[in-house]
Design a protein around this ligand. Structure first.
Ligand code: TYD
Ligand code: MG
Length: 453
């Protein structure tokens, strides 16, 4: 009898090796390898020469984007790139308890009502638990088909029989293939089951939503290993008491980085369409160390408060702590402030926090972060009527950003009176008359710090 071959797979990143290792050489995680059997899959792997043949690109029928269906929520639609793209595969990931099942059950109830053939497969909760949740959601109709199943082969059978057009699998870590060794949730199982469901969705033309739990240190295989496979990847990002933010980090059918904001209520998630106020300072007064930036997220500008705290350090190595902002960019901005603006952070702990649990990657907020840091170090509050837009370059220069017009209009709409912006972004001639907000070009970061000093 042929010996079963086994490999060791890192449960964090999916790296494979033939020998056990204490630390993954790819992602650096300790003690993350699990042994998994790899066996022949049955098929010979030889082509029968029938299934696929190339055709000229001009003969390929374009997929009709007009056939997208609504999820019942404008915010969710926007994150998906304008509704559900037919036969797409979407991964919705987030921490346990953040609202993944709620969001998708709400969507399924809506879709069923609109005449879709929706199937909700739960591998984690009993049918009664799903019913309880649906009762909380107060949906008028509850005819969505629900199935409690974890065996991927059984799921496949049901999909063939029921022929749904939208399917939710909650969660991909609960599904397993009995032909494979390894417990549900380990890398091999997650990858195999997701790939099988993906293939079914494409062949049988249904839209598939996969729920994935974000890894809690070393426990189960994270959704990271599925990101390349699926069409759309959405993460639950911010989580304040009530707000839930979802963001598409990959979208084959729309803009990535698009975000949607919801509020968790007793009867489910409600979308928030006017979010501009949400990430601003509710106190309305000047606060030391805080500035307002205008970040461009997906297809809309968002005004957000960035808070910083610079305080004397009691230990040898000062702390640099960020929340919602990139640590390396903070180091860069601090280095620029030290070198070109003579601000000394060497003996200070520095904290940067983006309001509302948002994570901002737009480099256009650099200037706002730099001024907020300066404000905290010098204990001088900044002008609360002003917004700061601009990327900061290595020479301390302020670099242009994209979508300046939309950013300025949004600031104007929210009642801001002054905008500091890169000189290259200054609207020229007659365009300037379009703005009521006062525009001040800033060439170097140091220029901006002088009037406050
Ligand atoms: P859930 O969707 O079960 O989270 P996930 O699937 O991501 O693990 O949501 C869990 C939380 O949401 C739970 O703490 C209860 C709360 N919740 C409400 O506040 N209101 C509601 O209507 C529902 C259904 C849940
Ligand atoms: Mg759940």
């Amino acid at each position: 009898m042929a010996k079963t071959k086994t490999v060791y797979i890192c449960q964090k990143c999916g790296f494979q090796t033939s020998k056990w290792m204490g630390r993954c050489s790819d992602c650096g995680e300790w003690n993350s390898f699990a042994e998994e059997a790899v066996g022949p899959k049955g098929a010979s792997g030889k082509s029968k020469g029938k299934k696929s043949a190339p055709i000229p690109l001009s003969k390929v029928q374009a997929e009709d984007a007009g056939k997208r269906s609504s999820t019942g929520s404008d915010e969710f639609n926007r994150v998906l790139g304008g509704g559900i793209f037919p036969a797409s595969v979407v991964l919705l990931a987030g921490e346990p308890g953040i609202g993944k099942s709620t969001l998708l059950l709400q969507m399924m109830l809506w879709l069923q009502q609109k005449g879709h053939n929706a199937l909700y497969i739960s591998g984690e909760e009993s049918l009664q638990q799903i019913k309880n949740r649906a009762d909380r959601l107060r949906a008028p109709q509850k005819d969505v088909l629900v199935l409690a199943e974890t065996n991927v082969a059984e799921i496949e059978y049901q999909l063939e029989t029921l022929k749904p057009d939208v399917v939710v699998v909650d969660s991909v870590q609960a599904i397993y293939n009995p032909d494979f060794s390894g417990a549900p949730g380990n890398v091999g199982q997650v990858r195999e089951c997701a790939a099988r469901l993906f293939q079914m969705a494409k062949e049988r033309n249904f839209t598939l939503f996969l729920i994935g739990h974000v890894t809690k240190e070393g426990s189960v295989a994270g959704p990271k290993i599925l990101e390349h496979l699926v069409d759309v990847v959405i993460y639950f990002e911010g989580n304040t008491q009530q707000h839930r933010i979802i963001r598409a980090i990959k979208n084959r059918f729309g803009a990535a980085n698009e975000l949607g904001v919801f509020e968790m209520h007793n009867d489910g998630l409600r979308e928030l369409t006017n979010v501009s106020n949400l990430f601003l300072n509710p106190h309305q007064g000047p606060v030391v160390g805080s500035s307002i930036v205008c970040s461009y997220e997906g297809s809309r500008p968002l005004l957000v408060e960035v808070q910083t705290l610079v305080s004397k350090s009691n230990y040898g190595t000062p702390q640099r702590t960020v929340s919602g902002f990139d640590q390396r960019r903070l180091s860069l901005i601090l280095a620029i402030l030290e070198k070109y603006c003579q601000q000394d952070f060497g003996y200070h702990d520095v904290f940067v926090k983006v309001a509302g649990g948002l994570r901002l990657n737009d480099p256009g907020i650099d200037l706002g972060v730099a001024t907020a840091l300066y404000s905290s170090l010098q204990e001088q509050a900044l002008d609360t009527d002003a917004i700061y837009v601009g990327e900061v370059g290595l020479g301390g220069e302020v670099r242009p950003v994209s979508f300046i017009e939309q950013r300025l209009k949004e600031a104007e709409k929210m009642g801001f009176r002054q905008a500091y912006l890169p000189p290259q972004n200054m609207p020229g001639g007659s365009d300037r008359k379009k703005f009521k907000i006062m525009l001040s070009p800033v060439t170097l970061v140091s220029e901006l710090l002088l009037p406050v000093r």
